[in-house]
Design a protein around this ligand. Structure first.
Ligand SMILES: Cc1ncc(COP(=O)(O)O)c(C=O)c1O
Length: 385
């Protein structure tokens, strides 16, 4: 259950603390920040923007994205497709999980009008051809593997065909009377515009080897969020994509698609947690690796954080790096050198962790009965921007 507290918007996290004194984690949603990021992405990036809803599927996030004009969604499962199509009849869901359960493609096409799917194995192409009602109206984007070395998270370890195989798959799609497209994901939190240039060069080689007209080129997601360290502006990524696309000999009706997740929502939500015990440089807090901080732990992201102490002395200017211990009984639930915070942080203080809109609530479990599920709206800019 993900609750959005039914009350007026709070000004900021300090106001949330004053009103609720929460001993549980609270997601502070900033729909206005998501709106601005989505509009910025659409304005800069060539082609159609699909929001990768896996990144944060909270209903208020989806409505903010959609109010910003993004009506197409990259979905990975039938429940995601059902959620997004239930929001508005005008939405489009694309089923971009390269391996889908038997029967799911037929349901997606018949019940939700899905017309764009992905595949990276011949068996999946054959499965799609057998299940879809209207082959000529269906685009199958063949996912290619990219080196992924310039991203924090390689997303080609499990998915993506090698170039020669991808060309063969595009031909197979065409032989089954469907529309062949091509897709890649350079990896998440990719700080290098050149990674998109190289992937699009690969796309060009696959298309010419396949000898088919591509119905779409999907450049995936991966665009970075500013977790404290410098990232190139989105305009640099858009320029790289635009000039690489210009170098490809694509038909005029080839649909260009991007599937950003993190770049649209990361700054649109912070996480408010409380220190339940301080032991030297270790802070025991009420959220952790099995909750909202799984990605912070696995990937080693270090989002900026600040102390929220609306009453009492102002936090010390001197800072230290702290280890975090989450609320569960598992020793895995610890993050060494997690956050730099004031030297005088104490039991009972709150911490606002910035840039927590991506892969936080989406990944949280209910292990040991800890279920981060409270959302409020706040109206201030991202706290550490
Ligand atoms: C197919 C696909 N598209 C888009 C995304 C979104 O990636 P990001 O959040 O890095 O933009 C993902 C993330 O896993 C993905 O698997």
């Amino acid at each position: 259950m993900q609750t959005l507290l039914d009350r007026e918007r709070f000004d900021d996290a300090d106001a949330v603390v004053r009103a609720l004194q929460p001993a549980y984690p609270v997601y502070c949603l900033r729909p206005h920040v998501i709106d601005a990021a989505a509009r910025h992405f659409v304005a800069h990036m060539p082609g159609d923007t699909l929001y990768a809803m896996k990144c944060n599927p909270h209903p208020r996030v989806l409505s903010a994205v959609s109010e910003a004009g993004v009506r197409s969604f990259d979905a990975a499962s039938l429940p995601e497709i059902a959620q997004v199509m239930g929001l508005s009849r005008g939405n489009e869901a694309c089923y971009m999980n390269p391996v889908k359960p038997p029967g799911a493609i037929a349901t997606a096409a018949r019940d939700y009008g899905v017309r764009v799917v992905s595949a990276d194995h011949a068996e999946e192409v054959v499965k799609i051809a057998a299940e879809i009602p209207d082959p000529a109206a269906t685009t199958v984007a063949v996912r290619i593997a990219t080196p992924g070395t310039e991203a924090e998270m390689d997303l080609s370890g499990k998915f993506g065909a090698a170039p020669g195989e991808a060309a063969r798959l595009m031909r197979l799609v065409a032989e089954h009377g469907m529309r062949p497209g091509i897709a890649f994901h350079v990896g998440s939190q990719c700080r290098s515009p050149a990674a998109y240039t190289r992937a699009l060069d690969q796309v060009g080689s696959v298309i010419s080897e396949a000898g088919v007209r591509p119905a779409c080129v999907d450049i995936g997601g991966g665009f970075p969020a500013p977790y404290g360290s410098a990232t190139p502006p989105l305009a640099d990524f858009a320029d790289a994509v635009r000039s690489a696309l210009d170098g490809l000999d694509l038909p005029g009706d080839c649909r260009i698609m991007a599937e950003p997740g993190r770049a649209i929502v990361a700054q649109g939500m912070s996480l408010l947690v409380q220190v339940h015990l301080r032991a030297g440089r270790r802070l025991y807090i009420n959220d952790g690796v099995f909750g909202s901080l799984g990605e912070v732990s696995i990937v080693g992201l270090r989002p900026p954080a600040r102390v929220v102490r609306p009453t009492g002395p102002a936090p010390a200017a001197e800072t230290q790096v702290y280890e975090i211990a989450g609320p569960t009984c598992d020793s895995v639930d610890m993050i060494p050198e997690a956050f730099e915070l004031p030297a005088d942080i104490a039991t009972g203080d709150w911490i606002e962790i910035d840039c927590m809109g991506a892969y936080s609530n989406a990944l949280a479990s209910r292990f040991n009965g800890f279920d981060p599920c409270t959302f409020v709206e706040v109206g201030d800019p991202p706290p550490c921007s």
